[in-house]
Design a protein around this ligand. Structure first.
Ligand code: TRP
Length: 331
């Protein structure tokens, strides 16, 4: 079985965007690969260094979310980045192989710096060494496990490219040691936000979380954007301009959505009734996910992380040995 490696920053719970974007793909991949799933707490700290409790809490939260969607701890090695010292060591060695200018040109890093003006200044003038260097640490994440395949969203492609550059440079200087990883795009479906924004996101405050309770779901859906041209209950409307219809398509049955669409177009369906139906469908969709989540208490999740971390550590130590050997520092 080939090795697959991906990581998530533990900074919040998973929402529908994660589920349809990445989660569904992970479910397939866990049967086809030896799957390492990193809870990237060290990377999360690069832009949350001033909020360590948030990162700590979310390590368990995000692991529970991933288990809740159906990832099987017998197939997936869940591990915590900070518990794998070889990743930190590899990061130091790789940092010689990348220029500061190249990191500054990385489109993903550039975008993120501009989004985090409160931390890094209006023009990124207060950028930290740690944040600028996180692509190097991500290359260490991947190569520490001999990761051949990396499922990522398209925003992460420049990081993969940078990882391959580091691998090539390493191999050309120290001899053929590391594998160049290939990506599989995991976010083939992009889920829109409650406000109609192209992207559902935590920072955009427009997300439905997998852990949202029924009251929260009701509140969020009742406030969702519908076709603004529809004034009265029996006005015909355009379902394609309505977020309620959009989410019906995600979570409701096909036969229902066909009916909803035609009723809406003919003015035979009021928005309030339509939202109530969506609330029901959304809760029905989330129910099995929440049920599975409830099977995992903190102790059980810690055990799963411990088991995965043990396996990950022994693999990474092995890989570090090979790297040190190649670099002539195997004293
Ligand atoms: N940078 C990734 C993100 O923000 C998370 C991540 C950390 C990752 N380490 C990784 C992704 C290794 C792929 C491979 O989503």
């Amino acid at each position: 079985m080939k090795t697959i490696l991906t990581g998530l920053r533990p900074t919040g719970n998973l929402h529908l965007g994660h589920y349809f974007g990445a989660g569904i793909n992970y479910l397939k991949l866990q049967d086809e690969y030896d799957f390492y799933l990193e809870i990237a707490d060290v990377q999360a700290l690069t832009d949350n260094f001033n909020n360590p409790l948030k990162v700590r809490e979310n390590v368990l939260e995000i692991t529970k979310d991933l288990l809740a969607i159906g990832l099987d701890p017998k197939k997936v090695h869940f591990f915590i980045q900070s518990k794998i010292p070889p990743i930190a060591e590899l990061t130091v060695f790789y940092s010689n192989l990348v220029t500061v200018a190249r990191l500054q040109r990385n489109p993903t890093v550039k975008n993120e710096i501009m989004q985090k003006k409160d931390l890094f200044g209006n023009n990124g003038e207060s950028i930290t060494y740690g944040f600028l260097g996180y692509p190097v640490s991500q290359a260490a994440d991947i190569t520490a496990f001999d990761g051949e395949v990396v499922p990522v969203g398209d925003d992460q492609l420049p990081l993969l490219e940078q990882c391959r550059e580091i691998v090539r440079k390493f191999n050309s200087i120290y001899g053929n040691t590391l594998k160049e990883p290939v990506q599989v795009l995991s976010n083939t479906t992009r889920v829109k936000g409650l406000d109609g924004n192209e992207k559902m996101g935590k920072s955009l405050n427009n997300a439905i979380y997998l852990v949202d309770d029924e009251k929260t779901i009701e509140k969020k859906i009742m406030g969702t954007l519908t076709d603004t041209n529809k004034i009265k209950k029996d006005d015909p409307a355009n379902p394609n301009k309505c977020m309620v219809y959009y989410y019906h398509n995600l979570v409701n049955k096909k036969e229902n959505t066909t009916k909803i669409c035609s009723e809406c177009q003919k003015g035979e369906r009021g928005c309030v009734a339509c939202k109530k139906e969506l609330i029901e469908a959304m809760n029905a969709f989330l129910e099995p996910i929440k049920k599975r989540r409830s099977l995992y208490d903190d102790e059980k999740v810690k055990e799963i992380l411990k088991e995965g971390t043990d396996i990950a550590l022994s693999k990474a130590e092995n890989q570090l040995k090979k790297v040190k050997n190649a670099m002539k520092i195997d004293y």
